[in-house]
Design a binder for this molecule. Sequence first.
Ligand SMILES: [Zn+2]
Length: 337
Amino acid sequence: MGAIKINLNTNYMPIKIYLNSFDTLIRPILTYGCEIWGIDLLHNKRNFKENINNDNSKPELLHMKFLKRLLGVNSKASNIGTRSEFGRHPIIAYIIQQIIRYYVRLEAMPNTRLLKQIYNCTKNKPFSTAKVANHIATLCNFQFNKYNLETQKDYKKCLKQFNNHWNFFLENDWYATLNNPRGPTGQKNKLRFYAKIKKTFCLENYLIIVKNPEYRKYTAQLRISAHQLEIEQGRHKRKTTTENNVEKKVPIPENERICNYCSTHSIENEIHFLLKCSFYSDERKDFLDSFNYDMSTVDPDSLVTELFNRRDSECVLKFARYISTLIEKRKKETMNI
Ligand SMILES: [Zn+2]
C-alpha cells in the first residue's frame, strides 16, 4: 500500500495497473481466510442484502481509502460513487464469492475426509457455511442442487454460473441503490446528479484516456458531487430563522444555494456551472464551438449527460480540460471575493 501511495504522487501510471496491484498484492492480505471469518462479518449485519453497498467492514475501509486517493476526492466523498467510477463492488461481494467457493468445495468433498465429517455435523446450525451459502443463493436466484458437485465438470460449471448470477444481482442492487431518492444511508441522496449521468457499471473511460491526474481529479469531483459548488457546500451551511419568536439555525434549502459568480440568482448546481453560468461564457464558447454544439438548440440536461458519456478520446480529453479550466477559474475568483 505504501509503494502504491508513493507512485500515485510521482507517476502517471495507468489506472488499471493501480487497480490490478491492489487486487493482487493487497486484497489477498485483507481477505486471507475470509471463507471462515467472512461468515461473522455477515452475521453482524441484520440484513446484508441492504448493506452490500453500505459495507463498513475494515477491509472495505482500506479499499475505499485507496480508491478515493486514486480518484483524487476527499474522504467524505460518496463511497458508492467512488466505487462506481472504477466499476468495482465492495470487498464484501468478493468475500461472499469466496464463501460460496468454499461451500462448493466442502459439498464436493468425499465423506471419508475429517473436514467433511465436521462440516456435516455443523451444517444445520444457524450461520453455518451451508446456511449462509443457501441464503446467498436465494438472494441471487441460484440453485446448487441443479449440479452434481462430485463431477469435475459440474463443479466448475456451478461456480461459473453462480458468479454470473451474483454479478447480475450486484449490478441490479447497485442500480437500485444509486437511484434510491433517499440514498444508501437513508439521507437525501447526494448522488442525484451522478445517477443522471452514470449509465453503465464499468470503469469510466476518462480514467483510462486522461493521463493528467489534475484533469482526472476535477472531472471525478464534479461527477460524484465532491466539489465546492454551492449546491453541495450549502448542504453543510446553516442559516438563522425565527419561529414563534425563537431564533434557530436551519440548513440552507436547495433553492437558496445561489451562484455567487453571476447575477442570475440561479442555483449553482453542476449544470449551471458547466453550461449556463455567464462567468465562464468565453471558455464555454471555445469548448462548445469546437464540437459544433449550439446552446440555443440543445437541452442542457441532455447535453451534460451526453458529454459525460462520450467515448471518443478527443472529446473526453477536451471535456476534462474544460472542467479543470472552469474549476481553476472559480478557485481564483473565490480568493478575490
Ligand atoms: Zn452562475
